[in-house]
Design a binder for this molecule. Structure first.
Ligand code: RUB
Length: 309
């Protein structure tokens, strides 16, 4: 397998590249670069090679549908191409277009979401979502005075990245440990989190602990906003597919010899927040309720919806 594919898959697997938007762009860009440097001369061989490359990338992390959507929108023209040049060109163009559109979507979400934030708001965010951070940073850029509580997000502590990002954007930021979420929630007006996948019923799959944050927000009457590009919507869930929740190595949670032999460790990386705990999903197409997700999926898919079942 070509270097760019295996090194990108390894970067995603080991979380050197992480976050649903970033891994989708990395996958799409890797395929475009692979096609650009392809030295073979046979169309059928290229089709096989690109399918295999897509499989390797898809195997790197299982939960975020953004990766699946990024890869599939990059290779969508390959099967029907009648020349090697057309097949390669479609991968190059689609991959680059996906990445550009993805970055534009994040910027648009920032502008739309910032309007939901009022001067003086106290906010909370969980893990490290570029879409959610973009919204908060944009509100502050517009001159709104906000205070943000950011969770540590054990075991990878992506919260450290978040407080650095927010601090760089001039945001008044406080780091809290994950178990302090409910204690602090009584001071919070609005929660902003990202998304790895959104199902057809409007449920959210995001960093483990997101469901606790959203339930605590619901109890405290704080508004829950999910910042999500629409390529994080999973149309396959319309037809009964479920989302695989990634489990990672226990070495991320405990040090060797730290706990008695025989004690098990469970390290799920994401969790599901039911739609009833979500007030708004902020997308590049605008703000919608979780109940509107199904309609957007149907509209975006058009006739290709029938290929999914
Ligand atoms: C990251 C995470 C983020 C979403 C959205 O988990 O759960 O909230 O991926 O991020 P991990 P973004 O660190 O395990 O990848 O808005 O940047 O796409």
């Amino acid at each position: 397998m070509n270097d760019i594919i295996s090194s990108t898959a390894s970067d995603i697997l080991t979380m050197r590249v992480r976050g649903a938007g970033r891994i989708a762009r990395a996958g799409a860009t890797a395929l475009a670069t692979y096609a650009e440097n392809y030295s073979g001369h046979d169309l059928e061989q290229f089709k096989t090679d690109i399918r295999n490359a897509a499989e390797v990338l898809l195997g790197s992390r299982p939960t975020a549908v953004s990766l699946w959507n990024g890869i599939h929108s990059t290779i969508k023209g390959v099967e029907s191409a009648s020349t090697l040049e057309a097949a390669r060109d479609s991968v190059i163009v689609n991959g680059r277009e996906f990445s550009v559109a993805s970055e534009q979507a994040v910027r648009k979400i920032a502008r739309i979401g910032a309007k939901r934030i009022k001067d003086g708001d106290v906010l909370m965010t969980h893990c490290n979502s570029s879409a959610a951070i973009g919204v908060i940073a944009e509100a502050v850029r517009q001159g709104k005075d906000v205070k943000v509580y950011a969770t540590e997000s054990r075991p990878w502590r992506q919260g450290i990245l978040t407080v650095r990002d927010l601090s760089d954007a001039g945001v008044d930021t406080t780091l809290i440990i994950d178990s302090a979420v409910r204690t602090v929630m009584s001071r919070v007006d609005r929660v902003f989190v990202g998304a790895d996948t959104i199902t057809s019923s409007g449920s959210l799959i995001n960093k483990v602990g997101t469901s606790q944050v959203c339930m605590a927000a619901s109890e405290a009457r704080a508004e829950v906003n999910v910042c999500s590009e629409t390529y994080k919507f999973s149309p396959k869930t319309m037809f009964g597919d479920t989302v695989t929740i990634e489990e990672r190595d226990i070495g991320e949670v405990i040090r060797p010899g730290e706990i008695p032999e025989g004690v098990k460790v469970f390290n799920p990386v994401f969790d599901t927040t039911p739609a009833k705990y979500i007030d708004n999903i902020i997308t590049e197409l605008g703000i919608m309720s979780p109940g509107a997700v199904y309609g957007v999926m149907v509209k975006q898919l058009g006739d290709s919806i029938f290929d999914l079942e």
